[in-house]
Design a protein around this ligand. Structure first.
Ligand code: DQA
Length: 140
């Protein structure tokens, strides 16, 4: 699940986020999912309420989530409260290393309620997160 402006990948600040597009990210995640035996549904929204609705859907169906909350990471108590209701592993991901960027990006209100966080590996952050979810599911 991807938050605001991530649909603009490819055009958006390529020096930070690269030149590959959201469609490329979707392909990468679906390919990685197939290799790991995970059925991956990739979604993106610019709207907080929509993202929260998708998190509720995952909570209600005990579905694991890879979540890039984008800018909501840094201030959305509403997204945090939704994540607190999770019923399966939830991995927070970021394309960039948020701890190495502007001060306001150092804080995530999400991390404390997630299973864990992976940041700074470009699109590979998502692949690593899918591996983490596979490992969490295999533990059960
Ligand atoms: C991001 C980092 C956030 O600080 C930013 O607002 C984004 C993308 C990342 O994937 O690196 O939109 O979540």
């Amino acid at each position: 699940l991807n938050g605001p402006n991530l649909g603009r990948l490819g055009k958006r600040e390529p020096a930070i986020y690269g030149t590959a597009t959201f469609a490329d990210l979707t392909d990468l995640c679906q390919r990685a999912g197939r290799e790991l035996g995970l059925d991956v549904d990739v979604r993106q929204t610019d709207f907080e309420g929509q993202l929260i609705g998708w998190i509720h859907e995952a909570c209600d169906n005990a579905l694991p989530v890879v979540l890039n909350p984008a800018a909501f990471t840094h201030y959305s108590i509403a997204v945090m409260d939704a994540v607190k209701m999770r019923t399966a592993p939830l991995v927070e991901v970021h394309i960039s290393n948020i701890s190495g960027r502007e001060d306001f990006r150092h804080q995530s209100v999400i991390t404390g309620s997630a299973t864990g966080i992976i940041a700074g590996f470009g699109f590979q952050s998502y692949v690593l997160a899918l591996h983490a979810i596979r490992a969490e599911l295999d533990k059960r």
